[in-house]
Design a protein around this ligand. Structure first.
Ligand SMILES: *Cc1c(COP(=O)(O)O)cnc(C)c1O
Length: 378
C-alpha cells in the first residue's frame, strides 16, 4: 500500500480494545461458558484474519456465516473449532470436511448428503444441529427436532458435536419479549434433554449471542456466541451498558481535500438539496457511499474537524461529501476528519450514524467498504 492511500480514508482498528472487550464479556459470564468469537462478515468490517489472530487466546472457537469465510479463516486458525452458523451448500461439504469445519445442519436430506460425502473422503463430518425455537429463520422446528436429530445420529459418518439456536428478541426489556426469550430457551432445553434421554449428549450447546450474554444469564450454556460486544458496541438501546463495559474498536478517518467560501444562494451537491442562506465555509471530504458511508446521512450527519462538529450539507456522493465548517474558522485543506471515533473532546460512534439512518451499528460497521484500508494498532 502506498503512503498516500491512507490520506483519502482509513479505518483504524484497535485490536487491544477488542481483546479487552472480550475480557470484559468473560467476567460477566456465569460459570465456565466458552466464548465463541463471531467473526462473520469480515469480523463486522474489522478484518477477520487480524481479529481472529488477536483474540485466539480469549475464545474457545470461532463462528462465521458462510463456507467461504470458514475456509479462509482455517488458513490462519488451525487449533480451534470453526462453526458455519448459516447455510452451507452441499457442493462445499467436501472442502469443509477436509478442513474440519463444523457445519450447521437443519435438514435430514442434507445430513445424508454430508454423510455420503464424508464416506467418500474416509472422514467424519462434524455437525452443529440448528434448532428454530422462534427466530423463524433456519433450523429444525422444535417439534421435529428430536426425531430428526436421532435419525441423523444414526448416520455413521456424522459426528454430532453441538447444537445451537438463536434468539429473536433477547435485546429487549419488554416483559412480553423476555417471556418469549424464556420460551425459546425452554424449547431448546427440552430438546437437549430429549436427546440426552436417548443417549445423545452434546459436548457443546449455545443459544446466547451478545444481548443474552448481558441480560439473560439463564441462557449461558456450555458456550455463548459473542459478536457485536467484541467490537465494542451494545446490541440495542435497551441492553444495559453497566454490566459489561466495552469500547468501540474501530474509527474512521479522512482528510479535507478542499475548504472554500460560498455565497448566499450557492448550492451544494447533487439535487441542490442544500442552498446557502448566507456566506459560509464548506469542506469537501473524499469518501462517500462507495465506501459504505450511508447516503441517508445527506443533510443529517456530522463529522469532527479540529475537535469540533461539522454538519453534513447536501447529498452524500459516491466518493465525496461536504460539511459546513463556518463555525470552525481554523479549518483548512489537509485537516484530519473523523467520521467515526474521537477527536479532541468529542466522539461520534456507529450508534449515532445508525440512529440517523434508521439502522443498527452492526450494519454501519459491516458496510465500511473494501476501498477503505484498515490499519491495526495493539
Ligand atoms: C451474528 C450471529 C451471532 C452474533 O450476534 P451478536 O449480536 O453480534 O453477538 C450469534 N449467533 C448467530 C446465529 C448469528 O447469526
Amino acid at each position: 500500500m502506498k503512503d498516500y492511500s491512507l490520506y483519502r480514508a482509513y479505518a483504524k482498528v484497535d485490536l487491544g480494545a477488542i481483546k479487552n472487550n472480550l475480557i470484559s464479556v468473560r467476567s460477566a459470564l456465569s460459570g465456565t461458558s466458552n466464548i465463541i468469537g463471531v467473526v462473520k462478515a469480515d469480523a463486522y468490517g474489522h478484518g477477520a484474519a487480524k481479529v481472529a489472530c488477536a483474540v485466539r487466546e480469549h475464545v474457545g472457537a470461532f463462528a462465521v456465516a458462510t463456507p467461504e469465510e470458514a475456509l479462509e479463516l482455517r488458513e490462519i486458525i488451525n487449533d480451534k473449532p470453526i462453526y458455519v452458523l448459516g447455510y452451507s451448500h452441499p457442493d462445499a461439504y467436501a472442502d469443509l470436511i477436509e478442513k474440519d469445519i463444523v457445519i450447521a445442519i437443519f435438514r435430514y436430506s442434507d445430513a445424508l448428503l454430508l454423510s455420503d460425502c464424508a464416506k467418500k473422503l474416509k472422514k467424519k463430518a462434524k455437525v452443529n444441529i440448528k434448532i428454530d425455537t422462534g427466530m423463524g429463520r433456519i433450523g429444525f422446528t422444535a417439534k421435529e427436532a428430536l426425531g430428526e436429530t436421532l435419525k441423523i445420529s444414526k448416520l455413521p459418518e456424522i459426528l454430532i458435536c453441538t447444537s445451537f439456536m438463536h434468539f429473536s428478541v433477547s435485546d429487549s426489556k419488554l416483559k412480553e419479549d423476555i417471556d418469549f426469550t424464556k420460551e425459546q430457551q425452554s424449547k431448546f432445553t427440552n430438546y437437549i434433554k430429549g436427546c440426552e434421554e436417548n443417549s445423545l449428549t452434546f459436548s457443546h450447546v449455545s443459544s446466547a449471542s451478545s444481548a443474552a450474554c448481558i441480560e439473560m444469564p439463564f441462557t449461558h450454556a456450555t458456550d455463548v456466541r459473542v459478536g457485536i460486544l467484541m467490537y465494542g458496541y451494545y446490541p440495542s438501546k435497551s441492553v444495559s451498558r453497566d454490566k459489561v463495559k466495552v469500547t468501540p474498536a474501530l474509527s474512521l478517518h479522512s482528510h479535507a481535500v478542499q475548504v472554500k467560501e460560498i455565497e448566499a444562494g450557492d448550492s451544494v451537491g447533487y439535487g441542490r438539496t442544500f442552498v446557502a442562506k448566507e456566506k459560509m465555509r464548506v469542506a469537501t471530504i473524499p469518501l462517500g457511499y462507495g465506501d459504505g458511508y450511508p447516503r441517508l446521512l445527506s443533510n443529517k450527519g456530522r463529522v469532527l474537524i479540529r475537535g469540533k462538529f461539522a454538519p453534513i450539507i447536501g447529498r452524500i456522493c459516491m466518493d465525496m461529501f461536504m460539511v459546513d465548517v463556518s463555525a470552525i474558522p481554523e479549518a483548512e485543506y489537509g485537516d484530519e476528519v473523523v467520521l467515526i471515533g474521537r477527536q479532541g473532546e468529542n466522539t461520534i460512534d456507529a450508534d449515532e450514524l445508525a440512529s440517523l439512518t434508521d439502522t443498527i451499528s452492526y450494519e454501519i460497521l459491516c458496510d465500511i467498504g473494501k476501498r477503505v484500508p484498515r490499519i491495526y494498532i495493539q
